[in-house]
Design a protein around this ligand. Structure first.
Ligand code: ZN
Length: 465
């Protein structure tokens, strides 16, 4: 696996330069003008080379319900999602393929799949997703979504006395499944890494978090969770812990430099200081936060406090696409309205760095991917700067982030292996995927969720609506 990209545009500190890039054995071997051609020569003229971006939080199987979810806040939205979430492992496989392809075609080379598990077929679910990601060739971080409390426990009680059904599986049985999955599927050198991923404080006991911390330490794997996505969760944390969820997670030892936390909308300044001190990573999911009305995450505050921030699409039932560049655009300019001091605003170059190096840091991969650096793994994306959506010629990164680029990925490599060439995925048959997605679905309109009907009155009451 050797190739040389010739005459390609790359970013420098203050501009761009045209250069050659040599890739040998999956790694960046040299970056300089007029290099000898090793292996295949690739014409990089009028193209921009960037490190692959990282879709640092999604739930692939939500693809089956995109576009149809009611406009509801997370707690009610989840109830509707689960009422209609009956899918099989073949659908898990197909939606993982779909998620991978959309991520790749919007500049991503890695995906963190906070994977919803089919009850009773947990390992089969993970196997189906692993198979899909390995076939496509995208770098996959599979974070099986686990909880040990039932859905209604995720809503604050207020002054009502509520009891909840026990969760369908014991905490110990869940941890056993995760340990088996780690042993079976954690193969970082082959592009598949497992993460421990309790869904969040709203549906997990301390015992589950502690079990995950123990597995993470024993097998040296990263940690992932949702954190304070909604106002209801902040309220719930008060009821559950008598204080801040962040303080509680920190006292358990869950926060670390290999912990990434999705959303982080409802954190206060003391919480932010804890994230900075523990070197935790925030995964910003702006489209999902808008779609579910969760709020605007204080991203500029995180950056000023030195907290690492990356970007995610979140699942396609709350977005409803997997267009990483769209998430980066909205997730950058959204914050201009949160701070009048324009010197704090996120520039397009900073946004790209957050989505590449920032994503890598949160996955403990900053020494391996995330920048164009000699010695790093060749997870690379080549953008076609002659595409209509990137013309006329101005600042390529500026237009890539702030414009509405489409069909602009010419080539992508993961671990030095080319998986997109001439704008087409080379590893799987996308036409067949399209057919399968079509055949296994149907046009639908609004549905009635029985669980939403059941819990809505309580939700409205406790949230003061
Ligand atoms: Zn999520």
């Amino acid at each position: 696996m050797r190739f040389t990209i010739q005459n390609v545009l790359i970013a420098t500190d203050d501009g761009y330069t045209t250069t050659d890039v040599q890739i040998i054995d999956g790694k960046i071997a040299a970056i300089a003008p007029h290099l000898d051609v090793v292996g295949t020569a690739i014409n990089g003229s009028h193209k921009l080379l960037l490190p692959g971006l990282i879709n640092a939080h999604t739930h692939s199987s939500e693809m089956w319900q995109r576009g149809i979810m009611s406009p509801l806040p997370l707690e009610l939205w989840l109830a509707e999602l689960y009422d209609f979430a009956s899918i099989d492992t073949e659908q898990i496989y197909l939606s993982a393929l779909g998620t991978a392809v959309e991520t790749l075609l919007s500049g991503g080379t890695s995906v963190v799949d906070h994977l919803v598990l089919i009850p009773g077929q947990e390992l089969e679910t993970i196997a189906a997703a692993v198979r899909a990601y390995q076939e496509v060739g995208i770098r996959a971080f599979i974070a099986p979504l686990i909880q040990d409390e039932s859905l209604t426990a995720g809503i604050p009680s207020g002054d009502s006395n509520r009891t909840h059904e026990p969760f369908l599986r014991s905490t110990a049985a869940t941890l056993e499944i995760i340990e088996t999955a780690i042993k079976k599927f954690h193969r970082p050198d082959e592009g598949v890494s497992m993460l421990v991923a309790p869904t969040g404080i709203q549906l997990c006991t301390d015992a589950l978090f502690e079990g995950c911390i123990e597995l993470s330490d024993r097998y040296h794997i990263c940690r992932h969770s949702h954190l304070l996505e909604t106002k209801a969760q902040a309220k719930l944390a008060l009821e559950k812990y008598g204080g801040s969820a962040v303080t509680h997670l920190n006292s358990m030892g869950f926060l670390s430099d290999r912990t990434s936390l999705a959303h982080c909308v409802w954190l206060n300044d003391a919480d932010i200081a804890i994230l900075a001190a523990t070197q935790s990573t925030v995964v910003h999911n702006p489209l999902s936060n808008l779609r579910l009305g969760s709020g605007i995450a204080p991203i500029l505050k995180y950056r000023q406090a030195g907290v690492n921030v990356s970007f995610g699409c979140d699942g396609a039932s709350s977005n409803d696409s997997q267009d990483l560049l769209e998430a980066i655009k909205i997730g950058s300019i959204l914050h201009n309205i949160t701070d009048f001091d324009y010197r704090h605003w996120i520039t397009p170059r900073q946004a790209i760095e957050m989505a590449s190096l920032g994503g890598a840091k949160g996955l403990n991969m900053a020494d391996k991917i995330g920048t164009l650096t000699v010695g790093k793994i060749a997870d690379l994306v080549l953008y076609d700067l002659t595409n209509l959506s990137l013309l006329p010629r101005t600042d390529p990164i500026g237009l890539l982030v702030l414009g509405r680029p489409n069909n602009i990925v010419d080539s992508a490599w993961v671990n030095g292996k080319q998986i997109i060439a001439n704008g087409q995925v080379t590893t799987i048959n996308v036409e067949q995927l399209r057919q399968e997605l079509f055949n296994r679905s149907q046009w639908e309109t609004k549905r009635e969720s029985p669980t939403v009907a059941e819990i809505e009155a309580h939700y409205r009451k406790v949230m003061g609506l």
